[in-house]
Design a protein around this ligand. Sequence first.
Ligand code: ADP
Length: 505
Amino acid sequence: MADALFIDITTPNGRRYQQPTGLFINNKFRPSSGGQTITSLDPATDEPIATVHAATAEDVDAAVQAAKAALSHPSWKLLPGTERGQMMGRLADLMEQNRELFASIDAWDNGKPYHVAYEEDLTEAITTIRYYSGWADKSFGQTISTTPQKFAYTLRQPIGVVGQIIPWNYPLSMATWKLGPALACGNTVVIKAAEQTPLSILVLATLIKEAGFPAGVVNIINGYGREAGAALVQHPLVDKVAFTGSTATAREIMKMAAGTLKNITLETGGKSPLIIFPDADLEQAVKWSHFGIMSNQGQICTATSRIFVHRSILDSFLAKFKETIETTSKIGDQWDSTTFQGPQVTRTQYERVLEYIDIAKKEGATVLTGGKSHTPTDPKNAKGYFIEPTVFTNVTDNMRICQEEVFGPVVVILPFDSEDESVRRANDSTYGLGAAVFTKDLERAHRVAADIEAGMVWINSSQDCDPRIPFGGVKQSGIGRELGEAGLEAYSSLKAVHVNLGSRL
Ligand code: ADP
């Protein structure tokens, strides 16, 4: 039961804090109207961490009503952009002050190594809010001259009440990707965290209030996708839905949002290719190939999970790649500073990844390394959801392991003979999120970057991501862009005001 709205918690790395458990609506925590709860488990031990309240459709309605009221309340509607930006800046400062706490909670809840949460997730989360705080007073319309008597100007206005649904792979930073541009543009928000990782966002809620955001501007709920998520997407007062998660869920969201013709942005799955040409710096290609699929336990939508290697360098690539995995991919729990790979986020995901490994074996692929679950030596982690980093060779393009997103530390290696062939096969996917190309040939690098069907391309790298740079996919990897100036488009609408100065002519 989650009757208390705050519980005292000590994290495994010794941080004592008060974990809110309620639904954050109108700057206050309240219990779920239906008494529903979500219990979060530590993926390294399978032990419960905390139980939080889960929103019903009635709670979602209360959160949306709060956001709707805040939208026209003078404390938000009339707040100058500069002050809105200062508020966001204060939020970023407060997040910075709580960096160790946030990293501890996300590591515990999600299973990612603490040092990764601290260095990567928190850097991204804080800089995203800071970056968008700067946009709050720098985004405006235009004046457009038409005839001597007439002109028009455009107002860039908030879209309104935004419903945001986020996944579990980067709990806090996914929240900031959604909140940053939405708040910079003056919208109000109801954000739903993923049921697998409900904790850090509730601590963020306390900081939102502390930073001075008026009641109702940011409402934060936990809840199950099919109930709370669906209620949010279908609510008639929600003007826009922004979603990050699986392509299957995005399809359902698009259908539900059609009922009230909502503006949507979707960031979904991927099966991103990484192509290595014979002239590439092989050490670098191996390093990034490893990072591109094995970091974050392979739970990255942009993971470069199909590695195309020119046949002339295949053997040396495979030898080096295997060696890098053996020396770098140290498996362990979140708190060991030498851990590269923690447990998968949940038992369901763990089983799903193992099922894909099984499917690949049955399809006839060869295991180069890994291919099974991992049993840690420390007995406290015996029930953890650990999987060995797994590499498949002898894979054909039509196999499920080559077409479907695994969302785990599993990669396929595909030899190729020519540039045209590599691009054609890289594009043979329903997805189009990221892509990487390794070559020292400048012309080829940019030619392939232009030809590949993806929202983002890395040249001699993989997984670079920056708040200043647009992020998103083509094909079934999504609709719209997040981050960068492009991210503002998703959260503002342009109003044209026509002015007639010619009545006396
Ligand atoms: P995964 O399969 O990796 O858990 P999902 O796409 O199912 O990814 O989940 C991503 C987010 O979408 C979560 O916050 C989840 O609660 C939410 N969600 C899942 N199903 C629905 C749905 N039918 N309607 C709205 N939101 C949903």
